[in-house]
Structure formats: C-alpha cells, structure tokens
Write a protein that binds this ligand. Structure first.
Ligand code: SR1
Ligand code: MG
Length: 406
C-alpha cells in the first residue's frame, strides 16, 4: 500500500513497458478510457498495430472517480474484481476478459482489451440487436450462480468463499445507493426538477419503503451465491458476435435475484428510453419487441440451464422437484423487486444512466423518467404476482401507457 499512487497516462505506459507483455523496443501509446463511475482505465497499445497489440490498465482509486474524495471506496475492490474474474472464468471462460496480471500494491489489473466490442448500453441506445446476448447472459448467470452456491459447493468451501469475497465497502455503496437513499431525503440524490412531485410522492410511500426494506434485508443477509453484483448493461461489452461481462468489483456472496433483477431492470430502462431514442414509431415498436424477447430469453436460458445443473450436478442433499420449482418461482419474483429498485435508483439516486441522461430535452426526459419510476414501483409492489417475464413486460407497458395518458 505504501507504493500505491494513482496513475496518469505516462505511468500506465511505463507500467506496461516493464510488464513483458510487449517487446522492449515496441512503440507504445496510451489513451484514457475512463467512462465508468469509479476507476481509472487506460488502453496501452502499439500505434503500428492498435488492433492486435493492446492491453487495458484498470486501477482502483481510493474514492469514486465521478464524485471525488468525499466518496471513499476501498482499493480492495481490485482484488475482489480480479478474483471474481478468475472464478467466472472457471465456469464461463468465453464470457469474461482475460486477466494478465493483478498488482495488489497498485490496486491495478492488466487485462484483455475488448475492443472492438462496445459497452452494451451505448448499443441499446442506438437500437443495435445482439443475437447472442440473451443466451450468453442467461448461461453466465446460471453457471456462475449455480456453481458458487450451496447447491454445488461443499459447506466449508462455501463459507470460505463468503470470507474471501467479503466486500463491505462496495456492498455499503449498493445498500445506500440502491435501497436506502432514493427513498429518503439524501444529499447524494439528484433528479430532473420536472419530476419533483413524482419523487416526493415516491419517498412518502410507506408501503413501497417497507417492500424495499425487505429487498435490502435479502441483499444484506442472504449469502446464496457469488454475485457479479453490478450486472447492468454498462458492465457488458458486446458485439454481434460475442459477449463479455466486465467489472465485477462489487462481487460478494448475496442473493441471486440481485444479478438477475439488475440485468432485467436495465433492459427495461433501455425499453423505456426508446420512447425518445427511436423516433420512428415502427422502429421503436420493433426494437422494443427485440428487447422484450431478450428479457424473456435471458430468464428462459437461465432457468433452463440452472434447472439442468440442479438436476445433474446438485449435491444429493438438495431435493429436485418440487423444491426446485418453488425456488425458481421465488427467484423470479424477488428479481422483479430487485429490478424495480434498480429502475427507481437510476432516476432518483446518485448514479444515473445514459439511456435516460442522453435525452437532451428535459420535458421529454421527464416522461421517460416517470415511466421508469412507475414501472419500478410496480415491479416491487406487485412482484408476488409475477409468474413470467411477460408479466414484467406487461407492467412496463402499463407504466408507459399510464404516463402517456396523464
Ligand atoms: C459511486 S458508484 C455508483 C455506481 O456505479 C457502479 O457502477 C454501481 O452501479 C454503483 O452503484
Ligand atoms: Mg462498473
């Protein structure tokens, strides 16, 4: 820790220079890529061969980059991320970036450059269809969540995993930013002034606050499986050919519903934001249909693969049916609740998303934001009546219709 210092472009280049990933005389350039909320990210590459000779330098700062030093975040998240990538690689080697080196002194990871893939959220804003996404993410969640749960691990290995991935600093960020702050008066919150009334109504909704408290309790206490724990569409790099899941620095052992819900909630945000990104009604209808299909296929792939793993690989101590059916039904309902909390916090909380932020006109953005709040609220309040992803899609459509009719 004594050696730690935040890197500038030149430091990143010098670090890579001595890493033996490049020949000693190879020319190197560095580029600042940081566009997430919390870290420094540099690409270091050979300018003569930028497409096949490049590497990513990712460094944790002792605070969140977008906020500053007033928002401390532990450097240990670099260790968590590199270990989580190793675990995920065991179960889904094709779906995560390769790690070349983790340096605990510098809280830094050298990893595969995933270019030309792009952050999925950017593609969704521009109505790009990704044929492999839903199956890849369904499989990613089924395998990572099954193999790191008590269904697969021995009891003692599972407890050791809980210890290794104890991630108190980043869990607290999520507890606050997703479950607590959006529903109270907190200085970190921010929202479009045009939806002030909607936000105040939401924050006075005691029934909603009770349900969100219940979800927060699950998040904080139910050590079910090793989660990615920040599985939104900004944590996915994608092309039409393949998919990579990045950034598992929030990883910890928690409820499976949090990963599934975060992903479905972000797909719902993409659906809602099309109200303005896809100006042509036919283009909007057709792209929304694609997103709905993707939401369905994510869950169907997840539940099919998770069921098969349970059938073939679960410890005999765990019964198959009917317990497995009960487990999956409850999981979808709780995922709806977690997804609802994600929908709300991306409008009301500290960390917003480009799907909505990139709508330049405040009035038009307010319409989309009201849809997100309304859909989030019903995903939470009506989750016990959710039996399929179609039920979730229906709630998003109702939110859209209600807001447009008002
Ligand atoms: C200050 S951290 C804000 C958000 O960025 C991360 O991607 C997580 O979603 C976190 O809630
Ligand atoms: Mg991230």
């Amino acid at each position: 820790m004594a050696l730690y210092r935040p890197f500038q472009l030149e430091d990143a280049k010098a670090y890579v220079r001595q890493s033996s990933l490049f020949a000693p005389d190879e020319p190197l350039e560095a580029q600042d890529l940081a566009d997430g909320n919390v870290n420094y990210v540099y690409r270091v590459y050979n300018p003569a061969r930028p497409d096949d000779r490049s590497v990513i330098v990712k460094q944790a700062l002792p605070y969140a980059r977008i906020v500053g030093e007033s928002f401390p975040m532990p450097l240990d998240r670099a260790r968590i991320e590199s270990r989580a990538l190793e675990v995920e690689k065991t179960y889904c080697p094709d779906l995560v970036p390769r790690v070349y080196r983790y340096d605990p002194e510098m809280a830094l990871t050298l990893m595969e450059d995933l270019r030309p893939r792009i952050i999925m959220r950017a593609g969704l804003i521009h109505q790009v269809r990704y044929p492999r996404f839903a199956q890849d993410l369904g499989r990613f969640m089924a395998r990572t969540l099954f193999f790191t749960s008590d269904l697969s691990l021995d009891s003692d290995a599972k407890k050791r995993q809980v210890v290794e991935f104890t991630n108190p600093g980043l869990c607290k960020v999520t507890e606050d930013l997703v479950f607590t702050h959006p529903l109270v008066d907190h200085p970190g919150n921010r929202w479009n002034p045009l939806i002030e009334g909607d936000v105040r109504r939401l924050q006075k909704d005691e029934l909603l606050r009770a349900e969100v408290a219940d979800l927060k309790m699950a998040f904080m206490t139910r050590a079910e499986a090793l989660l990615h724990a920040d599985l939104h569409t900004g944590s996915i790099m994608i092309s039409e050919q393949d998919t990579k899941v990045i950034d598992p620095e929030f990883a910890f052992v928690g409820p499976m519903s949090f990963d599934i819900g975060t992903l479905l909630g972000n797909l719902a945000l993409a659906w809602i934001a099309q109200e303005f990104h896809a100006d042509d009604p036919e283009r909007r209808r057709s792209y929304r249909q694609w997103i709905e299909g993707a939401m369905r296929e994510v869950w169907e792939t997840f539940s099919r693969e998770f069921t098969a793993l349970w059938e073939e690989r679960a410890h005999p101590e765990w019964p198959r049916r009917p317990y497995r059916d009960t487990f999956l039904a409850r999981l979808l309902q709780e995922s709806a609740g977690m997804g609802g909390a994600e929908l709300i916090r991306r409008v009301v909380g500290l960390a917003h998303v480009m799907d909505l932020e990139s709508i330049p006109d405040g009035e038009r953005r307010a319409v989309a934001e009201r849809m997100a709040i309304s859909a989030g609220r019903t995903w939470i309040m009506e989750r016990r009546g959710v039996h399929s992803v179609d039920d979730l899609v229906a709630l998003v459509r109702t939110a859209r219709d209600t807001v447009l009719a008002a």
